[in-house]
Design a protein around this ligand. Sequence first.
Ligand SMILES: C[S@@+](CC[C@H](N)C(=O)[O-])C[C@H]1O[C@@H](n2cnc3c(N)ncnc32)[C@H](O)[C@@H]1O
Length: 497
Amino acid sequence: MTNIQLPAVSVTMVLVANLQASLPDFGRIVSQFGHPAPALRKLGLVHWENGRFDTAARTFEAALSLMPRDPDIWRDLASVYSGSNRDEQALTAIRTSLQINPHNSQSWQTLASVADRLDDSETAEDAYRRTVALNPDAAAAHLGLGLLLFRKKHYQEALAAVRASVALDPVNGLAHYALGHLCFIASDFAGCAEAFGEAARLTLPLDPAALQKRARAMTFQTMIDGRVQEALRDYNEIAGEDREDLDIIARDAFSVLSASGHLEAAAEIGRMRLAEKPDDPVRRYLLDAVLGRSMTAAPAEYIETYFDQFAPQFDSKLLATLQYDGPRQMTKLLAGHRTGFKHMLDLGCGTGLAAGELAQFGPMLTGVDISSGMLAEAAKRDGYTELVKAEAVAYLEANSNRFDLIFAADSLIYFGDLGPLLRAAAGAMVQGGLFALSIEVAAGDGYTLQPSGRFAHSLEYLKAKAGDFTILEATTSKIRLEAGRPVEGLYVIMERR
Ligand SMILES: C[S@@+](CC[C@H](N)C(=O)[O-])C[C@H]1O[C@@H](n2cnc3c(N)ncnc32)[C@H](O)[C@@H]1O
């Protein structure tokens, strides 16, 4: 208790005597309890309720000097400290309360709030969980936990916690507001529109970002209900002053609805968008993917156009929004097998997210990508010995016996049939070289083109096609988020035979 100084008992007794002399009610409460500490606590509560935080804290401290094992007074003291921004002292006080009585849900809730304010999310999460375990009806703790998980981007769990809070306390506008955002991420568009509506009814008018999301949610739901044309026609009226460009709404509706499995609606939007621009390779390929057409690889024209357009936003979208961490995860895995390479190839290097990670393994790193937009971003990182614009298989075929590491993070997902690429990779590597790659996981024993336009492969399929390699390790992982849900993937380390 280094940061809390309780007064000496003799000092408190002088205070008690003065209070008894000046406040007859105080004297009565002391006689009623037979002890001055509960009377001091009551007085502290009155100071607290009237916003006199410092006086309340001194009064609780005085009570604790007489009753240092009272967990409730420690909790009151913690709350009052917290209310006056004395968070470190609040933490000490609430931890003392919980050491004395670890079974009080209110005390865990207080610890959670204090830790949350101090940005100690680990302590806060644990304390929120203990609060709801002891008291499943603690609406504020469910909400606190939900908001914390929301910040951690654990969207599904956050949604469940916020839903529980709304069910217990349906008049909390903030809970509805959080529910609106979470429902949108989970592609529950009807739920989103309803929650934002409740939030607006219960509290202040919605901010522009929430209004835009609500308009999108209403539009997307109408599309899911089979009325795509009507949804687009009514969008401007629904969104009012906060409306976005209709072309962006249609583009995003297509990707959101295909990612969330509403393929009929997505296909209708896709057809409409392709009719507007019949030569657009991105629109054509993504419509094919949504329609489930079979293909052995994504067309080079699509990859180039798509990634050229996407390049400037790639890092922020992948890292922050989609929680993509492939290069770092794969490098960690790789380090368990070997840490030094003579010449490394980052195949489908994109914006160069792997360059910083691979620097520890050697000085020679070649980056290859088909998109010049992505290569321009990678060049800014200054982590490559050379950057080459080329199609992956063609490049590998033209460079035999060159590399002792091929690193392909999130790039094999643009190939269905992995045969040609794996054969070419084997030819481009020296014997004993390592190939680190990631794939999205498909059920069954083959590969499949997903509505996202990315391919997924089974491990069995990879094994069957990787005859020139020995698989050293295959680790399942969540590669990124899609429609708020983690995408299952595999990080694989193979050795060239
Ligand atoms: C999702 S990004 C991943 C980028 C990077 N490896 C990373 O982990 O951040 C996929 C990259 O692979 C490239 N790519 C896809 N197919 C390719 C191909 N056939 N030849 C060359 N590059 C390709 C794309 O242009 C894009 O930059």
